[in-house]
Design a protein around this ligand. Structure first.
Ligand code: 5GP
Ligand code: MN
Length: 344
């Protein structure tokens, strides 16, 4: 990876659609690490949620949906791509094809299962808690140095600054539900210790991500749980659906449904949870997009179901997918297929 970076002048870092804390954290950590040495840009396919806008460097991210032409130019001129937190070029939308059209080398840093074979250098660790954990290990684990130490001037990037540590911490925290799942390995807490040593204010990060919701978002959550949650007791399964009109009523903003799909798992005998959300058809396209999130607990995979029925995939306990059509069509497909893919 260092060799590839050494040869590069114009680096583009990509992360996935609807960027979450780990996507933002892993891409921005790399960006901070490289920015003094190379021309480097983070490009995301669409807007990141407002509860991540405080992240150091977020204001420098380019959003493809808003700046098509400028981003196309950056992609065409890049001589190295670093892809974080996704395993398939399709997860960056139309930019995927544009990246593949450029023969420049590609580095993949990711923790999703079965990465598509498109990168020249692959750091794929499905057992890692987050892509941020992998970024930390790649950049800092061997040297264990922090900003206070004089020897931290290095050939291939900067030391573990507070900004980098804060980005990495954010992804670790969000991808483990504030260290409640995928976080049983001691190593994670050794990394957290190093990050806190480097200046991360962990209570502040928690507060910035989880305690800044709008009133509308809170009421949307209440509405979804009270009025829209169905339980399929035999399969320990919950389903929440929200159509575009319902989302409008609560002035839906990107990220407002983040975490909603996890909530039914707080019920004692619910082990599977699915959330469907309608995005209205864009002008010129006939059908709405139904975004579907899947979650489960323990040895109950949802990724096969998400992959085979809903054109998606993901981790065993956290997957996503989509269909183009109506919520009713998505629910019909859900009801026709869940007993085939889920345990009783
Ligand atoms: P979320 O429900 O948060 O949108 O997605 C949960 C996880 O599912 C993500 O971290 C990602 O790994 C995976 N995922 C979501 N959407 C897709 C998709 O369309 N395709 C694939 N392969 N994975 C997805
Ligand atoms: Mn992730």
């Amino acid at each position: 990876m260092k060799e590839l970076i050494e040869k590069a002048q114009h680096i583009v870092i990509f992360t996935h659609m609807a960027p979450d804390g780990d996507a933002m954290g892993s891409s921005l950590a790399l960006w901070h690490w490289l920015k003094g040495l190379r021309d480097v840009t983070v490009i995301v396919p669409n807007a990141y949620p407002s509860f991540l806008a405080w992240m150091p460097g977020a204001d420098q991210i380019r959003i493809y949906e808003k700046e098509n032409a400028a981003c196309d130019k950056l992609i065409a001129e890049a001589d190295l791509f670093i892809c974080t937190d996704f395993n398939d070029p399709k997860r960056i939308g139309p930019m995927g094809e544009k990246m593949l059209a450029n023969p420049a080398k590609k580095i993949l840093i990711d923790h999703h299962l079965n990465p598509v074979d498109f990168a020249d250098e692959v750091h794929s660790e499905p057992e890692a808690s987050s892509s941020c954990e992998i970024v930390y290990k790649l950049l800092f684990q061997e040297e264990r140095i922090n900003a206070a130490e004089p020897q931290c001037k290095r050939a291939h990037g900067t030391c573990l600054t507070t900004d980098i540590a804060t980005c990495i911490y954010t992804g670790l925290m969000t991808d483990t539900g504030n260290f409640s799942y995928n976080s049983a390995r001691c190593e994670i807490y050794e990394i957290v210790a190093e990050l806190v040593r480097a200046g991360v204010e962990k209570e502040k990060v928690y507060d910035a991500v989880f305690n800044q919701y709008s009133t509308d978002r809170m009421r949307l959550t209440g509405y979804a749980l009270y009025r829209k949650m169905r339980i399929y007791p035999e399969h320990h399964l919950a389903l929440i659906t929200l159509d575009a009109n319902e989302l409008d009523r609560f002035h839906y903003q990107p990220g407002d449904c983040e975490g909603l799909v996890n909530m039914p798992l707080q019920i004692g005998d619910v082990y599977y949870s699915v959330c469907m959300r309608e995005e209205r058809a864009k002008p010129g396209t006939p059908k709405s997009r139904i975004r579907i999130s899947f979650r489960s607990q323990g040895d109950r995979p949802v990724n096969i179901w998400a992959g085979e029925v809903f054109h998606g995939g993901g981790h065993m306990n956290a997957s996503g997918g989509e269909i183009f059509g109506t919520i009713d069509q998505a629910v019909a497909l859900f009801e026709q297929t869940y007993s085939k893919y889920l345990k009783k």
